[in-house]
Design a binder for this molecule. Structure first.
Ligand SMILES: [Zn+2]
Length: 155
């Protein structure tokens, strides 16, 4: 399942503002985060608690903390992974992924290169795009005072 380049070297290691060795990433991230962010694994669908996260707030990279997606751009795609119509400006970069016999467009964090997921062209307005993102690649920070659907309004 994990994708490793045929030459065995980590991808894109030197082109990012945040770069760490494989050992440093392994120490910093938990096992699921490490496999997804650093080795292009895909989490099982419908496993991320962020699938049901619809409070206002910001989704950031679990690797480097860069702000990636606004909660206002999240939508329920039913595909089993957190989905967004667009990233924040200049937050992500895209590259062609030919693994698993498919041609897909991979989405990764522009700051640390961490793998996030893929983008497909079957999304809703306004962009028509569906950024299908592994929940383990993200951390969510609710906007201060945001209603928690499962809790009490703090305001
Ligand atoms: Zn990052």
């Amino acid at each position: 399942m994990d994708h490793v380049d045929s030459d065995g070297k980590p991808k894109r290691e030197d082109r990012y503002e945040v770069t760490k060795t494989d050992a440093e990433w392994r120490a910093q991230l938990d096992d699921a985060q490490y496999r997804v962010l650093r080795h292009q694994a895909t989490e099982r669908p419908f496993t991320s608690p962020l699938n049901k996260e619809y409070r206002p707030g910001m989704f950031s990279c679990a690797g480097c903390g860069a702000e990636l997606f606004e909660a206002t751009d999240k939508f329920d795609s039913g595909c089993g992974w957190p989905s967004f119509t667009q990233p924040k400006d200049d937050a992500v970069a895209e590259s062609v992924d030919l693994s698993h016999g498919m041609r897909r467009v991979e989405v990764h964090c522009r700051r640390c290169g961490g793998h996030l997921g893929h983008v497909f062209d079957d999304g809703p307005a306004p962009t028509g795009l569906r950024y299908c993102i592994n929940g383990v690649s993200l951390t969510f920070a609710p906007k201060d005072g945001a209603l928690n659907p499962g809790g009490k309004d703090r305001r």
